[in-house]
Design a protein around this ligand. Structure first.
Ligand SMILES: NC(=O)c1ccc[n+]([C@@H]2O[C@H](COP(=O)([O-])OP(=O)(O)OC[C@H]3O[C@@H](n4cnc5c(N)ncnc54)[C@H](O)[C@@H]3O)[C@@H](O)[C@H]2O)c1
Ligand SMILES: [Zn+2]
Length: 756
């Protein structure tokens, strides 16, 4: 540094740094104000900005006229017509601490006559985008964005679609020219809905309500804007053809009287104490407000005083934004670990280089699930934006791909549970991956034992949550079977456990050994297997060994024609029913395609013809045979639950834990012993055919009939004993009638099955 006629001269390094900061800030301004797609969190931007400000203050010769410190915002997008603001739209000075606010108040008070505490209007600082809306003779004539403060974009057509903006002022005595200024913003609820819809359509989601509001408003097609949940809140005014009121507060009330929405939280406050009380109150309520705010704005209330105080190029000297601590920060992902929850859910968690967010140090952030990891493309080594709002667990919001190191490592879901080594299963279509070692995994131990003992499972009276905690923490119980080895002495040694209650628990454990099969299945805690499904499984499988051996295909079976969906099948089915006499001509596939039915493309016609020999076979088919679907053989067990059941029993650890339970003496009496001979079954030797639409899947009914000893076949013949006929039964019913086969409806079927 060289001293030169009193002013400090920056070194070459300072000069270079200042130039770099200017370009970098200009780039971020463009992304933020023009593209509505910021790359870095505001706090990070503010650091760059204040570094440049500090350099320029220290070495005034480094200041350039085009420095971002001398202007607000960014140049307007050329796609919109430009609007010159008659009065500039400037920004606000910030106070990051109480001290800065007190300092601001001191400066204001010193510049004003009299010595009374200054009155301020206080209101939330909405996080949206600034808008100037011009009314002439009470009619909305123009709306413009802030742009670079002196020139904005003409977004009149878009603003006209925002419902809370009046197109015509109400009441009377409004000035001939009135420019109201305020914030266009999006409520949290509107933002979440918009993002949910966008995600469902596979479109880009917005990072926060501010970007969503700005992106929605600055649409070239106002019809798009019209569909977005935007609102407007006025906090000031620009050009106005009459004198405003004496105070900011009174003037805003007057605008409200003309139909302009203002903040419900608007209050006059006195001096720095009043400001602090307001700030703290709103800070406490921040998370419960229906919209996002990033601070509170205080404005000197008397308009005459505002004029006396004036403005700089960037902001008025009579207003200040007291900001809340930032909720977002930048840091680096050092590793990704997988946590196993009480219910076995395996969740990716980012271990971060520790960083301050909103006043606390954050070292971990949730990545929710693998879909999220893939969507955000988070890799180990990446620089990421993390967000911590209120009490919510910090989360990774986005990745700065530009800063990705060459050796960044993609994240992969582990194949085995990091806690117990069991397989990790993610059933098709499910978001959550789970450890399948339910009876064995230490991470799930407490939950598994609590569930096992619960009233609707093994119903072990006296084995409550607290006791399970103690038993597991003391190492006495590691799996359900350990419960049955507990002694009265061991129990009596525990907290709040007298001899009497210890003896009672031993008795309850003993009693629980005699149970029902369905209860036992439920007690195992297989994900998504509730009581009803457990009952269906108990009815379908003779015993635990059969259930353990069951494969996914024993629960669900793929059925129908690949490539054909239900809608196409419905169209075809209806056509065939409505044209009972029609004959096919030539090649079946060509003929079908030639029908030009909705959805019945040449490829689908080909697939159908590949499955059915001729039109007669196609006509004779069940509706469910026409399109690809999965037939459920057990009520309540679809492809996901089937995968979960099979995954659970595939773990040797779980089977061994069950083995030990049975060895401890658990037994049930409600399932017929598998040894029961076939002749003793109620439908032994009967041949049954099912047709038409019934209240349950046909496979399920067939399975129950088979369990009862019946043989279920496809075609009616003289050997058929019964035909079970549902709604819309066709040719099979006719044939059964002609052969004199007994025909049963659904009620009769139920009676048949329930026969002792
Ligand atoms: N992340 C990035 O890349 C990036 C880039 C540029 C700017 N920024 C962020 O934008 C902010 C600077 O933008 P700015 O100049 O719009 O300033 P600002 O958002 O800090 O404050 C000024 C704005 O506040 C709004 N406002 C809300 N309630 C108000 C009220 N009651 N009275 C008056 N105004 C109210 C107005 O729109 C006004 O223009 C900084 O927080 C900065 O971090 C971020
Ligand atoms: Zn596990």
């Amino acid at each position: 540094m060289v001293e030169n006629s009193g002013a400090l001269i920056g070194s070459d390094a300072d000069r270079e740094r200042a130039a770099w900061l200017r370009t970098e800030i200009a780039r971020h301004n463009y992304r933020y104000y023009v593209l509505d797609d910021p790359e870095i969190p505001d706090a990070e931007y503010d650091c760059l900005f204040s570094e440049l400000q500090a350099l320029e203050t220290r070495y005034p010769e480094l200041m350039t006229p085009d420095s971002p410190t001398q202007r607000v915002g960014a140049e307007p997008l050329s796609a919109f017509a430009q609007v010159r603001h008659r009065l500039p739209m400037i920004s606000l000075a910030n106070a990051m601490s109480d001290e800065e606010l007190i300092e601001f108040d001191r400066r204001v008070a010193a510049a004003l006559p009299g010595g009374d505490p200054v009155i301020y209007t206080a209101e939330p600082k909405l996080d949206g985008l600034a808008m100037s809306i011009r009314y002439e003779e009470g009619l909305l004539v123009q709306a413009a964005t802030r742009g670079d403060g002196s020139t904005g974009e003409d977004v009149t057509a878009n603003v006209r679609t925002v419902k809370s903006v009046p197109l015509r002022l109400v009441g009377e005595a409004w000035p001939a020219v009135l420019e109201v200024r305020g914030e266009v913003y999006m409520s949290r609820e509107g933002f979440e809905r918009l993002n949910k819809d966008a995600a469902e359509r596979g479109e880009r989601v917005f990072a926060n309500p501010r970007n969503a509001a700005a992106g929605s408003l600055r649409q070239l097609d106002p019809r798009v804007t019209a569909t977005r949940p935007l609102r407007f809140c006025c906090y000031g005014w620009g050009e106005i053809s009459t004198d405003p009121d004496e105070s900011q507060y009174a003037m805003l009330q007057r605008l409200a009287g003309w139909g302009i929405p203002i903040s419900r939280e608007l209050r006059p406050v006195e001096g720095p104490d009043g400001c602090r009380a307001y700030f703290e109150d709103l800070g406490r309520r921040r998370d419960t407000l229906p919209y996002e705010i990033d601070g509170v704005v205080f404005k000197v209330d008397r308009i005459a005083d505002q004029a006396r105080l004036g403005a700089t190029a960037r902001h008025p000297k009579w207003a200040i934004a007291r900001k809340f601590p930032a909720q977002e920060a930048l840091t680096v992902v050092e590793s990704v670990e997988f946590q196993v929850g009480r219910t076995g859910a395996v969740t990716p968690v980012a271990r971060l280089r520790p960083v301050q967010v909103g006043g606390v140090t954050v070292a971990n952030a949730t990545l929710h699930n693998m879909d999220e990891v893939t969507r955000k493309d988070v890799r180990v080594g990446d620089t990421v934006v993390i967000r911590r709002a209120g009490d919510v667990i910090p989360e990774v919001v986005s990745v700065l791909v530009e800063r990705r190191p060459a050796d960044a490592v993609p994240v992969e879901m582990p194949v085995h549970c990091p806690v117990c080594g069991s397989d990790v299963l993610r059933p098709p279509g499910e978001v959550v991956a789970r450890c399948t070692g339910g009876l064995y995994c230490p991470a799930q131990r407490k939950q598994a034992i609590r569930h096992f003992a619960s009233r609707r499972a093994m119903d072990i009276e006296g084995l409550g949550e607290k006791l399970v905690e103690q038993l597991v923490d003391s190492g006495l119980v590691r799996e359900p079977a350990d419960l049955y080895r507990l002694t009265a002495e061991q129990l009596a040694g525990l907290d709040r456990m007298g001899e009497r209650s210890a003896a009672n628990l031993i008795e309850a454990l003993e009693r629980s050994k005699s149970t029902r099969f369905a209860r036992f299945i439920f007690a195992l805690g297989i994900p998504d297997v509730g009581e009803t499904t457990a009952q269906a499984l108990a009815a379908r499988f003779g015993g635990i060994a059969e259930l353990e051996c069951a494969r996914e295909s024993d629960f669900v079976r793929e059925r129908g024609v690949k490539g054909v969906g239900q809608e196409t099948a419905t169209a075809l089915h209806r056509f065939l029913v409505e044209h009972p006499q029609i004959e096919s001509q030539g090649d079946l596939a060509d003929w079908l395609a030639g029908l030009k039915l909705p959805g019945l493309t040449a490829a689908r016609a080909q697939a159908l013809a590949g499955r059915f020999e001729d039109l007669a076979a196609l006509r004779g088919a069940e509706f469910e045979d026409l399109y690809l679907n999965s037939a459920r053989l057990v009520e309540g067990v679809g492809p996901v639950v089937a995968a979960e059941i099979a995954g659970f029993f595939a773990q040797a650890h779980n089977r061994e834990a069950i083995e030990r339970l049975l060895a401890a003496g658990i037994h049930w009496s409600d399932v017929p012993a598998p040894a029961r001979t076939a002749e003793a079954l109620p439908l032994a030797g009967k041949t049954i055919v099912i047709t038409g639409t019934l209240s349950r899947p046909r496979e399920e009914i067939a399975a129950r009939l088979q369990d009862a000893g019946a043989k279920v076949t496809n075609n009616v013949s003289k050997k058929t004993d019964y035909l079970i006929a549902g709604e819309a039964a066709g040719s099979k019913l006719e044939k059964a009638q002609s052969l004199g086969v007994a025909i049963l409806d659904e009620a009769m079927l139920t009676a048949l099955l329930d026969r002792p």
